[in-house]
Every structure is written in structure tokens, then in C-alpha cells.
Design a protein around this ligand. Structure first.
Ligand code: B12
Ligand code: SF4
Length: 391
């Protein structure tokens, strides 16, 4: 995106450009300095973007609009706010006639925005100011029906936690059953929600849920505590048991590194061992990455332990911070080893796992294919893991 903005500014200097999203929201000064972008939208764009366009049309190129930042008198105009809409219910649905017929995309649905938790590595709470807003079941069902009329029957919920509002989720399952709708859906949830509401997940399995992604993050209680993850090891074990009894594929997230005093070789080993002993479905392993806006970023920055700001390397495969108990290379080398240990520990159980995912349409076959190819290149051809993944 940075290169694109620079290219446009060079080629068409008279054009007004605007950027938004999490990174630009927190790093607006750097983004403007690097790209000379005309405006940065901090926060949700739907309302303020249209207001900005209306003002520019009227000839007012320096409008005072919530969350809109631009260069002014050698400084920045910034009201210090992140634009958050009160009401996301009335957002219009995507209309097909606005899309080029050549344009294909698999529909994503956002039924809620924000999250009330404050996990130290996640930028959601800073971006949405801890708010959590939900659209009605009626509107979401309407959207699903619209997409189904386009011939789509598989949806990915982009909500950070689709199941947070359990009553809403039950109403959603009621509506799917009442209308006899048939489709598959993937979503994200939390360990504690699964433990407290196993019957909800059984209902979800019946109403087409094919894949749930869940963050365990760490098997070390002290690290979970410091991450403010608000889950414990007993809950993790319980949630895995519950998910293994259901016909839903499950994908668990793990973080290597904690950015604090628990970055020691012993803790690293213990964590990997913990994950490899669990009867998990898929596991996605990331290296702790200090994304702007997060507590981890603020702490590491204050301690002067951020190694560099090459944002391309903020991909959760590189260690961009200086750990205290070992070198950053140790963590980068631990990533492929952790993948191997966790996946090889599954042995033959990997085969039914893949077959079930195909059948449930939980995973794109090409994604599984490219994961296997990456592993082959790494294990047998001894290619660099990060480079192999990037290709
Ligand atoms: C789905 C998703 C993915 C999917 C994307 C699939 C797809 N094709 O869309 C996949 C799995 C590929 C993915 C990958 C990654 N993701 Co991701 N992802 C998400 C997730 C869950 C939803 C995105 C979304 O649709 N949001 C809903 C829309 C409505 O919100 P939005 O994108 O923020 O847009 C609003 C505003 O930001 C603003 N806005 C945005 N752009 C613009 C532009 C203009 C002009 C204007 C005016 C406004 C504006 O207005 C929009 C509407 O309100 C978000 C979390 C989240 N809730 O956003 C994380 C999130 C964006 N991902 C994140 C991360 C870290 C990653 C990875 C690095 C993870 C990894 N380990 O590899 C990679 C990076 C991939 C890459 N190359 O960029 C972080 C980003 C952190 C940061 N500060 O940058 C997030 C915020 C998750 C988190 N909890 O921290 N991701
Ligand atoms: S990791 Fe999940 S639960 Fe934690 S703040 Fe982010 S979205 Fe919320």
C-alpha cells in the first residue's frame, strides 16, 4: 500500500489520496511523512469518508471531520479521535450491480465490530476503544440470503469473536433453522466461551459451522495472565475436549515469545511441548509481533526493544523485537521447529483431519496444498522457512 501511494503521488501529484485501517490509524504521522498521502482516516471509514468527499467537492480541502488527519501549516490537523460509528445496523449491503461482472470475491460477513477484551498483543481494543457493536440477526440473515442468491454458500465471518453474545448466537441458529437455510460458515471464538456454552457449539455444528478459530496463545499460566487473555490452562483443556466431540474443524492460535521476562529457552520449550501434547486440530503459530496500538508495542517501544520498523517484516514470522532471555534469531529458528513438532506429533491423525476439512468445506484445498508444499521445501529441501512461506 505504501508503494502504491508513493507511485500515485509521483505520477499524479494533483490527485487527493486517502488511507485508513489499523496501521494508518496508529502510525498516521509516519504514513503521511513516508507517502505524502493527503488524508488519513483514523477509525471506521464509512461515515467520515463520505463526509470528506462532500467537503472536497465543495472545495474545502481542510475539513474538520472526526478522525480525519492531514498536513496543515507545517504540522498536522488531528482532533485526536478515532471515528467509531454508534450504529452499524444500517450499513448498506454490498450490491452486486456495483461490482464488475469479471470481479469475483468470496463473501465475508461482519456481524459485530470490536471486542471488550484487552489482549496485550491485539490492536482491536485500541482501535475500537473497547466498544462492541452488533448488527441484528435479521440484517445478517438478509445479507446471507443476498449472497446465497449470488450462488454463494460458504461464508467467513470476519467478527473478532462471533460467539461473544451467546443469546445473539442462539437467535442466529434459531433463524437459520426456522428459514431452513443451508450454508457453511467459519468464525472466531474464545476458549472461555466454548467452556461455558458447549451446547451452543453443538447447535453451531448443526447449522453449518465448519471451522472455528480459537486463540490459546500460550500454555504458560503467567504468560496468559500478562497477555490479559483471561483464560486458564484448565479451560484450554476443556475447550479442546468439547471441540473434539463436535463435527466442526478447529484451528488454534499459538504465540511464540512473550516480550517479557518469560522469554527464556525453558519457557519456549515448555510452550512448544504443551502444544504438541494437545489433541488440537490445526495450529497456526506466530512469533509475537508488536503491532502499533497494542500494549506489547507500547511496552517494547518504551524499553527501546523494537529492532526495526520494516513493516514488511511485521508478519508474525519475523522477530522484530529484542527478547531479553535469548536472541531474536533463536525465536525465528524456533518457529519452523515448533510447526514440525506440533504437526508431526499428530502422526497419522493428520490424514482424517484434512479429509474432514475437505468434506466440511472448512478449508480451501489450495491452502492445505500450499501448507504441505511449504513443509516439504523446509524439511527436505532445507529452504529458509520465512522465504518459503512468502513465496
Ligand atoms: C480477516 C482478517 C485477515 C484475513 C484477510 C482476508 C481477506 N481477504 O479479507 C487474513 C487471514 C488473510 C489476515 C491476515 C493477516 N492479518 Co488479519 N485480520 C482479519 C480481521 C479478522 C478482519 C478484517 C476485516 O474484514 N475487518 C472488518 C473491516 C470492516 O474493518 P477494517 O478492515 O479495519 O476497515 C475499517 C477501518 O479500518 C477503515 N478503513 C480501512 N481501510 C480504509 C481505507 C480508507 C480509504 C478509509 C477511508 C477507511 C478505511 O474503515 C473500514 C470500515 O469501517 C482483522 C481484525 C478486524 N476486526 O479488523 C485482522 C487484522 C487486520 N489482521 C491482523 C494481522 C496481524 C494479520 C497478519 C499479519 C497475521 C499473520 N500472522 O500473518 C496477516 C497479514 C496479512 C497481510 N498481508 O496484510 C491485525 C492487524 C494489526 C495491525 N495493527 O496492523 C488485525 C487487526 C487483527 C488483530 N487482532 O490485531 N487477516
Ligand atoms: S485477541 Fe481476540 S479476545 Fe483478545 S482483544 Fe483481540 S479480538 Fe479480543
Amino acid at each position: 500500500m505504501r508503494d502504491l501511494l508513493i507511485y500515485i503521488k509521483e505520477k499524479y501529484p494533483e490527485l487527493k489520496t486517502i488511507i485508513g485501517g489499523h496501521h494508518a490509524t496508529f502510525m498516521y504521522k509516519e504514513v503521511i511523512a513516508e507517502t505524502d498521502v493527503s488524508y488519513v482516516c483514523r477509525g471506521e471509514g464509512e461515515e467520515v469518508f463520505t463526509q470528506l468527499l462532500a467537503e472536497i467537492e465543495k472545495g474545502n480541502t481542510q475539513p474538520e471531520i472526526e478522525g480525519i488527519v492531514f498536513k496543515k501549516d507545517g504540522d498536522f490537523h488531528n482532533d485526536g479521535k478515532i471515528a467509531i460509528m454508534e450504529n452499524i445496523e444500517d450499513l448498506p449491503l454490498i450490491t452486486r450491480d456495483l461490482c464488475d461482472p469479471q470481479f469475483t470475491f468470496s463473501p465475508k460477513i461482519v456481524s459485530s465490530r470490536g471486542c471488550p477484551f484487552h489482549c496485550s498483543f491485539c490492536s482491536i481494543s485500541a482501535f475500537y476503544g473497547g466498544s462492541y457493536r452488533k448488527r441484528s440477526v435479521k440484517k445478517v440473515i438478509e445479507e446471507i440470503k443476498e449472497f446465497k442468491s449470488w450462488g454463494e454458500d460458504s461464508f467467513w465471518f470476519h467478527d473478532d469473536n462471533l460467539t461473544l453474545d451467546v443469546a445473539w448466537m442462539n437467535d442466529f441458529c434459531d433463524a437459520i433453522e426456522a428459514e431452513g437455510l443451508k450454508f457453511n460458515y467459519n468464525c472466531m471464538s474464545r476458549v472461555d466461551t466454548i467452556c461455558k456454552n458447549p451446547e451452543l457449539f453443538a447447535r453451531m455444528a448443526k447449522t453449518g459451522c465448519s471451522l472455528v478459530s480459537i486463540g490459546i496463545e500460550s500454555g504458560i499460566p503467567e504468560v496468559l495472565e500478562k497477555m490479559h487473555k483471561k483464560i486458564n490452562v484448565d479451560q484450554i483443556l476443556d475447550a479442546i475436549k468439547i471441540m473434539n466431540k463436535l463435527s466442526i474443524s478447529h484451528n488454534w492460535y499459538m504465540i511464540l515469545g512473550s516480550g517479557d521476562e518469560f522469554d527464556t529457552p525453558e519457557h519456549l520449550k515448555t510452550n512448544i511441548r504443551f502444544f504438541s501434547k494437545l489433541p488440537l486440530g490445526y495450529v497456526l503459530i506466530s512469533i509475537l509481533t508488536p503491532f502499533p496500538g497494542t500494549e506489547v508495542y507500547n511496552n517494547l517501544k518504551a524499553e527501546n526493544r523494537i529492532r526495526h520498523y520494516n513493516w514488511e517484516d511485521y508478519d508474525a514470522m519475523h522477530c522484530v523485537y529484542e527478547p531479553t532471555g535469548f536472541s531474536y534469531e533463536v525465536l525465528e529458528k524456533a518457529l519452523p521447529k515448533a510447526y514440525l513438532k506440533v504437526y508431526l506429533s499428530k502422526g497419522w491423525r493428520l490424514i482424517p483431519l484434512f479429509i474432514q476439512s475437505f468434506k466440511r468445506k472448512a478449508m480451501d484445498p489450495s491452502a492445505i496444498g500450499s501448507a504441505l508444499k511449504t513443509m516439504f521445501k523446509y524439511v527436505f529441501l532445507r529452504k529458509n522457512f520465512q522465504e518459503t512461506l512468502k513465496k
